[in-house]
Design a binder for this molecule. Structure first.
Ligand SMILES: [Zn+2]
Length: 497
């Protein structure tokens, strides 16, 4: 028994030795084979590197074979102890972390510039969220400190107590040059004197309103559309959070169309996209020079908010009411505009298409900059008196010609402030029609400090005109916002009302 077991062990040992020998021989052959193949590859490359001259292949300078020095015997790799290996890995890790930290530090200035602006505009949640989205923000002291500061400022905000107590101020296109607007060549000096505001007055209004603590909000901050549990969409009040002493208000501008009758009358010509990508105004002065800059509300508010970010709630600027019969934003996009009379349909459409493209660029820049649009109707008709069928025609044309430029909007600003229903509430065919065309927020004109209705189906707000007529006739209605006496432009002619 013992003998046979020993024999088995011997045979097994022999088999293992033979096995090892085979493996060694096989490995050597494989190495030889690899070398051959590598060499063959080199030969192929040389062949590819020859220049073809007639039938002969001439080697180029780069592929002339040189004597290859013998491969030096590699130094034996020193073996590391596990401790040394771990230390090496730790150092590599530290270096990697240091590089990542330095990269992050370099980005911190840019990040904080953006989040500080959000915080100044009271959007602390967005500022905190933005910082927290940065990978490794915890390791950068300035970012952690910023979060703590935003949290602290946020804790001091107070909820605006009643969204039905929010004012809405509006102006028309601003008068840049009063000598043109009220001068001999003016198309309607009395109209301008009544319904317009000068650039100078508007700047003073802003300064005073800012000093009083006013902050621009949107109607969309006052109430929002939500789908209820019953699947029905409805409006619900939205909370506005501001520091103690700040007062929300809505700002809008009517007829941002730069109508033909206003040309050469001391108003901006149109809105354009400036070299910085921001919207600005084109203005032609008395001498015919084309100028760009603060010639209307948009660039004026933009500059003011740049200087005072706390004048804007979460980046809001204002609402621009646009009609359609003479295009939009100063572009000739209206299908029935007189300038296209007598032109062939093809020429007219080519011109309109080019104007549309320009107008769309401006509209996009405005939206990206915090501005919102409202329909101010297509025909600028009185919506109290208009028939249901004419209202439908008007809404449809605005949809076809203006909405394709501005994009969808759910805000409607009534021409002349003439509402479709009285103060009691909305119902009836006109209201149903307005809803069909996607409008939820309606603005009329009212002389009260504020007037707001928020119902399931609609939001309605009265607006106060900050213009010549209001300043002359009932200046006391504006006292909540600014002091008329110090704002009033003394270059205005006397206004008899
Ligand atoms: Zn209007």
């Amino acid at each position: 028994m013992k003998n046979s077991r020993n024999r088995t062990i011997v045979i097994a040992a022999e088999l293992i030795i033979i096995g090892i020998l085979f493996v060694c021989i096989g490995f050597n052959e494989l190495k030889k084979d690899k070398k051959t193949r590598a060499y063959a590859g080199a030969e192929t490359e040389v062949a590819a590197d020859t220049v073809d001259i007639g039938d002969t292949k001439v080697p180029t300078s780069s592929n002339v074979k040189k004597d290859t020095p013998a491969t030096p015997t590699p130094e034996p790799t020193p073996t590391l102890t596990p401790e040394e290996q771990a230390e090496l890995e730790r150092l590599a890790r530290e270096e990697e972390e240091r590089i990542a930290r330095e990269k992050l530090e370099a980005e911190v200035d840019g990040i904080l510039e953006r989040t500080d602006l959000m915080a100044q505009m009271y959007d602390y949640d967005k500022a905190i969220e933005t910082v927290k989205a940065v990978e490794g923000y915890e390791s950068v002291e300035r970012l952690s400190a910023a979060i703590a500061s935003y949290e602290e400022q946020k804790s001091k905000l107070v909820k605006w107590p009643d969204n039905t107590q929010i004012s809405h101020l509006f102006v028309h296109s601003l008068i840049v040059d009063t000598s043109l607007a009220f001068g001999k060549g003016s198309s309607q000096p009395v109209g301008y004197n009544r319904y317009m505001t000068t650039v100078d007055e508007f700047n003073k209004m802003l300064e005073q309103m800012y000093a009083k603590g006013y902050v621009i909000v949107s109607v969309h901050d006052m109430a929002e559309r939500v789908v209820g549990e019953d699947g029905q969409e409805k409006l619900v009040m939205k909370d506005i959070w501001l520091p103690e002493g700040k007062i929300p208000f809505v700002l809008s501008q009517d007829d941002v169309n730069y109508y033909v009758y206003m040309q050469k009358n001391g108003f901006a010509e149109r809105l354009v996209v400036g070299e910085d990508g921001l919207p600005t105004c084109e203005y032609i002065d008395k001498d015919g020079s084309v100028l760009y800059g603060e010639y209307d509300m948009v660039p004026i508010i933009d500059r003011f908010v740049r200087e005072h970010p706390d004048f804007s709630y979460r980046g809001r600027k204002g609402i621009l009411g646009i009609t359609g019969f003479e295009g939009a934003l100063g572009y000739d996009t209206g299908l029935s505009m007189k300038i296209y009379d007598g032109m062939s349909e093809a020429d007219k459409m080519a011109k309109i298409e080019a104007q549309r493209e320009e107008a769309i660029k401006v509209a996009e820049a405005l939206k990206a900059d915090g501005w919102e649009f409202a329909s101010h109707s297509y025909t600028h008709s009185n919506m109290t008196d208009i028939s249901v069928s004419k209202l439908e025609y008007d809404c449809q044309r605005w949809h076809d010609e203006v909405e394709i430029i501005l994009g969808e909007t759910d805000i409607y600003i009534y021409p002349y402030g003439a509402d479709i229903c009285n103060w009691r509430g909305y119902s009836g065919e006109k209201y149903e029609l307005m809803k069909k065309y996607g409008f939820w927020y309606f603005c009329n004109v009212d002389s009260a400090q504020y007037w707001v209705q928020i119902r399931d189906g609609y939001f309605r707000q009265g607006r106060i005109n900050a213009d010549g007529e209001r300043m002359v006739k009932t200046p006391e209605k504006l006292k909540y916002f600014f002091d008329v006496e110090s704002v009033f432009d003394k270059t205005r002619p006397k206004l008899d009302l």
